[in-house]
Design a protein around this ligand. Structure first.
Ligand code: FE2
Ligand code: FE2
Length: 202
């Protein structure tokens, strides 16, 4: 992945008039089915969608807000499977053409500041960035454990993070950076992921 070519060169996303506008879970899953053929990637997006929703729920945000958090997580990598060189430009333009909530679109645009050149600003932006890599990392760890998620502990995940050969494609730097920006210790983020991650297509 080339860092410069994915730069979105934009700082504003969606239309403020569309604040609060969402598609249903069913519509979002249909989009996902159409765009994403890779089952592993689909699992990743379902996992991040679920973590985002659960986090918003833990903050007692209204159902409509929880749903927007869910959509941001669910759709953040929707174009990665078929159009990796247009990631995440294509999904952003799709959601803009559907006149959806600008905050949700912005969260997707800022889920990789090093690549897309968009700084995470809102809490939704920051949490999507924080959950993205960590969710994938914890899942990779679960797959190598005989008991999967059962009995998984934060210290086991931290040990794997220090082992640079394990899931080497996961950027430890981004995990640290995201935790700092979110103002949440990486240990707490790991614990949240262990507790709430879904393991199958739900
Ligand atoms: Fe991504
Ligand atoms: Fe992702």
């Amino acid at each position: 992945m080339n860092q410069e070519t994915l730069n979105l060169n934009r700082s504003s996303f969606g239309n403020p008039q569309n604040e609060g506008k969402a598609i249903s879970k069913e519509e979002a899953l249909t989009l996902l089915d159409e765009w994403v053929k890779n089952e592993k990637l689909k699992v990743h997006m379902l996992q991040v969608g679920h973590l985002m929703k659960t986090y918003a729920h833990s903050k007692n945000y209204p159902d409509e807000v929880q749903h927007l958090w869910y959509l941001a997580g669910l759709l953040h990598d929707a174009d990665w499977d078929q159009w990796p060189d247009q990631h995440c430009k294509k999904i952003i333009e799709e959601l803009e053409s559907r006149n959806l909530d600008p905050g949700m679109i912005r969260a997707i645009a800022s889920h990789g500041p090093r690549y897309f050149g968009v700084e995470p600003e809102s809490e939704m932006d920051k949490m999507l960035y924080a959950f993205d890599e960590l969710s994938g990392f914890v899942h990779a760890y679960s797959l190598m454990r005989p008991t999967g998620y059962a009995g998984m502990e934060v210290k086991g995940v931290k040990k794997r993070l220090k082992d640079k050969t394990f899931a080497a494609q996961v950027s430890r730097e981004d995990i640290q950076d995201a935790s700092q920006r979110a103002g949440i210790p990486v240990e707490d983020l790991i614990q949240f992921v262990i507790t709430h991650q879904i393991t199958a297509l739900e």
